[in-house]
Design a protein. Structure first.
Length: 371
């Protein structure tokens, strides 16, 4: 896909970007700067992420990647090229935003981007304790953080770089204008003097800094990647946080490297929640917090151990009964039917569109789905 599909451009008046699908997110960011698409936060991810949700620092303000897609060019198994949008082949446009790999080969998307040359960021870490974890959630749950569409907290259980210690960390990114820096810096400072280690002091940085800050933690290797959510407009309870911290601290660090990341999606006021669950194939789960579980290893001989650790962490997060399994899970054989797991209440409609556009299941079969 890279040959001939590594192009990106932006209409400087409308912010509408045209993106060839043979690139990484980093390449798209570099091509469109200072305009940027709401998208994921690991820059060596492929642009296929645009079609499967794509959440990141802009999502509270602008929605997910899939919410900003205006047109998709896709080649289906019969060789027909379709340019679908909300007005042209709307059933295909619904399904391709979330289920594209099961329908054909996407070559190009037109998507809304936003002028975002830089951001105000900080990255702080503490020893992994219940107290430190609770402090970060209490801070992030304040209305002045939770309801601010421009501030996105990522709270994570991560290893120290030398794999000698379990840490809890918070990565904060503000996409607000420079004029807001004093207010937001003061807000970030509420976390100071609590024994923190400043991995990135509060500073305004070029947009590529937050967009690449997680890259080193996600090298190309064997990964278990799980996703759960807390349904409804609710916070994560003290009991659930303690279960997560305990489950994480029980894991040996190396050769398997585990991580648990909580991403704030905001309240009902967030743009992320303004889109109906059935407006595209990937449903909304009406959640204030999303939780991602990662477990990776560099060698194939430890791949099964990585899967086992990932499942243990997922079960720790689900232990309290508050979180619900959902979304995308990879590198595992113990999940429910993939169709229902991926698409929830949209499963039946997705199946109907796949039957229409890929009747021989050429792509659906290759993607491992049982349509």
């Amino acid at each position: 896909m890279r040959d001939g599909f590594t192009y990106s451009s932006v209409d400087q008046k409308t912010g509408i970007a045209t993106v060839g699908m043979g690139q990484t997110l980093k390449e798209v960011d570099e091509s469109t700067h200072p305009w940027h698409i709401p998208v994921g936060v690991v820059s060596h991810t492929g642009t296929g992420l645009l079609l499967t949700g794509g959440v990141g620092y802009m999502s509270k303000a602008h929605g997910a990647s899939s919410d900003n897609i205006l047109e998709v060019t896709i080649v289906t198994s019969d060789g027909v090229v379709h340019k679908c949008s909300k007005d042209n082949e709307p059933d295909l446009f619904f399904a391709v935003r979330g289920a594209a790999p099961n329908l054909g080969i996407v070559t190009e998307v037109k998507i809304q981007s936003y002028h975002q040359p830089d951001a105000l960021c900080t990255l702080l870490a503490w020893p992994s304790t219940d107290e430190n974890m609770q402090r970060l959630f209490d801070w992030a749950e304040q209305p002045k953080v939770l309801e601010d569409p421009n501030i996105t907290p990522y709270i994570a259980l991560i290893p120290s770089p030398d794999l000698d210690a379990h840490l809890v960390a918070i990565h904060l990114v503000s996409i607000a204008a420079v004029e807001e820096d004093e207010r937001i810096t003061a807000l970030y400072a509420e976390l100071h003097n609590t024994g923190e280690m400043a991995l990135l002091p509060t500073t305004r940085v070029p947009w590529n800094v937050p967009q690449t800050i997680f890259d080193a933690a996600f090298p190309a290797q064997y990964w278990y990647a799980g996703q759960t959510f807390y349904p409804g407009d609710v916070t994560v309870s003290t009991k659930s946080l303690k279960d997560g911290v305990e489950g994480y601290n029980n894991q040996k660090l190396g050769p398997v490297v585990p991580m648990v990341i909580y991403e704030q999606r905001g309240t009902k006021t967030s743009k992320y929640h303004k889109f109906a669950s059935d407006h595209c194939a990937q449903p909304r789960f009406d959640q204030r917090w999303e939780c991602y579980i990662f477990s990776g290893c560099a060698d194939k001989e430890h791949a099964e151990a990585a899967r086992s650790v990932g499942c243990e962490l997922k079960n720790a997060v689900l232990k309290s009964g508050e979180a619900s399994a959902g979304g995308r899970v990879h590198f595992t054989t113990d999940e429910p039917s993939r169709i229902e797991f991926y698409y929830g209440s949209n499963s039946k409609r997705v199946q109907e569109v796949v039957t229409k556009y890929d009747p021989n299941r050429l792509f659906a079969r290759c993607n491992g789905m049982k349509f």
